[in-house]
Design a protein around this ligand. Structure first.
Ligand code: MN
Length: 233
């Protein structure tokens, strides 16, 4: 089946709404998708709270973070996260940047995120923590330029997500449903892991092998449910 740019944009708008509905993003945070017509470009909204995004707000960017064509719209300061991840990861077609509160403690302490149930089994691959001080010294913690984006992409490596100390996370995937599913279950795992850790010092996590065996499909069933529940824009 031929997928058109308009399908991609409909899915992107739905992803914005679904991520907001799940409180993965609030007024801040963003999601992008690599263009199927030109892998050197991606689609993302203008600077706007994700819950408010409609198809008219979607712009096309090159991997340097420039808007393709003319636009007077305000752009996300941290759009360099997306272009630099797409450059470094040919396997990645969708990127989310979020400040989800449940994830912040794992970027600020020596407690790693670990997979505690099957739908979050991808965490067994390891979720690295980006320390911006190592490359940029004292900053406002924001990925304001391509160099900071490259450093973040380097920390991400070949993993499904990286935490950003004192800031949030970047989550990636081969498709929009996959990246949205990873965001939802990363958040849920973070909260359930904190609950388990408050109950006992002895928590049994999934082993890397169990994690690998548990990583099911691309959350397609969840995606269809979420789209129907209000993601459709
Ligand atoms: Mn941010």
């Amino acid at each position: 089946m031929q997928t058109t740019a308009s399908n991609q944009i409909e899915d992107l708008v739905a992803a914005d709404r679904i991520l907001a509905a799940h409180e993965i993003v609030d007024a801040y945070g963003h999601v992008s998708v690599r263009s199927e017509r030109n892998p050197q470009r991606y689609f993302m909204s203008r600077a706007l709270a994700p819950e408010l995004v409609t198809a008219e707000d979607i712009l096309e960017y090159d991997l340097a973070g420039n808007v393709v064509g003319s636009s007077a719209a305000g752009l996300f300061l941290e759009r360099f996260i997306h272009g630099e991840v797409y450059k470094a990861r040919p396997d990645v077609n969708a990127v989310v940047h979020c400040h989800t509160p449940s994830l912040i403690p794992y970027g600020a302490t020596d407690v790693p995120l670990r997979p505690i149930f099957g739908l979050a089994g991808f965490i067994a691959e390891g979720i690295p923590v980006f320390e911006i001080r190592k490359t940029a010294g004292m900053t406002d913690l924001l990925i304001r330029d391509p160099a900071r984006g490259r450093a973040l992409a380097q920390t991400l490596g070949d993993k499904p997500a990286a935490l950003m100390r004192g800031h949030g996370a970047v989550v990636v995937g081969a498709s929009i449903p996959l990246v949205v599913g990873r965001c939802v279950y990363l958040d849920l795992n973070a909260r359930v892991q904190a609950q388990a850790m408050s109950l006992s010092k002895h928590v049994t996590y999934l082993t890397p092998e169990e994690g690998k065996l548990s990583v099911a499909d691309d959350y397609r069933r969840a995606w269809e449910l979420w789209r129907r529940k209000g993601g459709a824009g």
